[in-house]
Design a protein around this ligand. Structure first.
Ligand code: NAD
Length: 489
């Protein structure tokens, strides 16, 4: 199947969306389909395949059949295939970005950047192909002892809805370069770009080496996790689903599971900080272009009490400039939330916070009309014991908390179940280092927020996950060490 880009975009509802399974573009069994919604309108956008457990089994079987051949392919050839996929992606940045804007509601300018990032990361892993090295170890005299890094076989790659195309593209590169075959499962809410990548990439990758399965509920992902041929699962999503996956994995075999989960990330502001930079950092860190739907969002601003009133006022002025609107409209800096249910959840979190004594500074009321919009919202007077202080809202809501001493800042910043990112604003060099060390988080910025630097490991501690991505650790994480001892006679 091949359709011109324009046809896909002009009317996604008329496009014949298909799974990529065993190298073939195919409907789900019985042509089962489900509706994908446009969050900017609430209307239906497309009907996509609803893969059953049987569809998943057939896809994994084909991926397993292809695994030995792919593992035996020269690593430079595997890297060349990944580079080719990145080239194809580059040729379709506009199309993939538009699909993400359509089914995710994210502003188009942001999705163009997101997809550009995916190509860069794919090439980074391709460039690292020759770093898949073992070691020689002088373990005994006269004999030869060495290790190799070998792939797992079939990797299940399950991703969240908030960077559909970027995750769909960039997170398949490391497992492929490492010699695994990959079955990608996009979010049920935002499957279009991954399905389109399946169409675009099908002719550039051997049959079964890369597959895409979409599905409406837990069945598709659960079947993938439980399939006996799937020994390596890499998941990006919520802590609740992460735990469900760990359970399902444990019930179905001994499996290697990495988890990139949620965050309730602190941005700590000391009295010597540059407040202009803090305000910009807080807005950048909150990822309003994703309506706050980002794991790394700095949703807790933890400020020294002497600065709190000034900072809250400056943040309010800045948040009032966030332009909420449809993802394709000029000047829009924040789109809708992903679904009506999620918007209602965000609104409920804010109501609970107000009931518990927080003060609403701005935002807080969802506009009437179509689309799942919720405004940039600022809560002041949040105390560590309130539910809003420890729960990932995954919406455009910043909570402001205060501290008096450095130790109190550390205790409050670390006093949540999550540990994904942290930001510290200070001009004091010693304090910057002390605080950065003290933060129980996987990724720390000083005088900055949010930016992912290419090659730097990203991932969380505590409920935020296990494993590291975007880095050499990700590439090596798709291998197992195999040990050889050669006795010389
Ligand atoms: P989610 O957990 O609801 O869904 C994630 C994926 O899991 C989707 O593809 C979904 O269809 C699938 N899924 C759902 N139930 C499943 C099951 N039982 N077995 C297998 N797969 C299943 O998450 P979401 O709402 O799409 O994403 C939001 C969450 O993701 C937030 O918590 C956010 O912080 C987190 N996230 C983390 C990172 C990171 O890098 N740490 C990045 C992005 C998002």
């Amino acid at each position: 199947m091949s359709q011109a880009d324009g046809q896909v975009l002009d009317d996604p509802s008329a496009h014949d969306w298909r799974l990529l399974s065993g190298g073939r573009l195919t409907p789900a069994a019985g042509d089962a389909r489900y509706d994908v919604e446009n969050p900017a309108t609430g209307g239906s956008l497309a009907r996509v395949p609803d893969a059953s457990a049987a569809d998943v089994a057939a896809t994994v079987q084909a991926a397993d059949d292809a695994a030995a051949g792919w593992a035996g392919t020269d690593v430079r050839e595997r890297a060349a295939v990944v580079r080719r996929l990145a080239d194809v992606l580059d040729q379709h940045v506009e199309e993939i970005a538009r699909l993400d804007s359509l089914d995710g509601g994210f502003p188009l300018w942001m999705m163009r950047k997101d997809i550009g990032t995916a190509g860069d990361r794919m090439r980074m892993f391709a460039d690292w192909a020759l770093h898949l090295r073992g070691e020689t170890i002088p373990s005994s005299t006269g004999n030869v002892h060495f290790t190799e890094r070998v792939p797992f076989g079939v990797v299940a790659r399950i991703i969240a809805y908030n960077h559909p195309g970027m995750f769909g593209a960039s997170k398949i590169a490391a497992p492929l370069v490492a010699g695994n075959t990959v079955v990608l499962k996009p979010s049920d809410l935002t499957p279009l770009s991954a399905l389109r990548l399946g169409e675009l990439w099908a002719e550039h990758v051997p049959a079964g080496v890369f597959s895409v399965v979409s599905g409406s509920g837990v069945e598709t992902g659960d079947a993938l996790v439980r399939h006996p041929a799937v020994r390596r699962i890499a998941f990006t999503g919520s802590p609740q689903t992460g735990r469900a996956i760990q359970r399902a994995a444990a019930e179905s075999g001994v499996k290697d599971v990495s988890l990139e989960l949620g965050g309730k990330n602190a941005l700590v502001v000391f009295p010597d900080a540059d407040l202009d930079a803090v305000v910009e950092g807080a807005v950048k860190g909150m990822n309003f272009a994703f309506a706050g739907q980002s794991c790394g969002s700095t949703s807790r601003v933890l400020v020294h009490a002497d600065l709190a009133a000034d900072l809250v006022d400056r943040l309010r002025q800045r948040l009032e400039k966030v332009v909420m609107g449809a993802p394709f409209d000029d000047g829009v800096t924040m789109g809708p939330l992903i679904s009506a249910a999620h918007r209602d959840r965000v609104a409920a979190h804010v109501r609970t916070a107000l009931d518990e004594g927080a003060r609403l500074v701005c935002g807080g009321d969802a506009p009437a009309g179509g689309g799942h919009y919720y405004p940039a919202t600022l809560l002041d007077g949040v105390e560590p014991g309130m539910r809003v202080a420890g729960t990932e809202i995954f919406g455009p809501v910043i909570s402001v908390l205060t501290f008096r001493t450095e130790q109190e800042a550390v205790d409050v910043a670390n006093g949540v179940d999550f540990g994904l990112t942290a930001s510290v604003y200070t001009r004091d060099f010693d304090r910057a280092h002390r605080m950065a060390r003290a933060m129980r988080a996987g990724y720390v910025w000083v005088n900055d927020t949010s930016t992912h630097f290419i090659g730097m490991p990203f991932g969380g501690v505590k409920e935020s996950g296990v494993g590291r991505e975007e880095s050499m650790e990700e590439l090596l994480g798709y291998t197992q060490v195999k040990t050889y001892n050669l006795v010389l006679r």
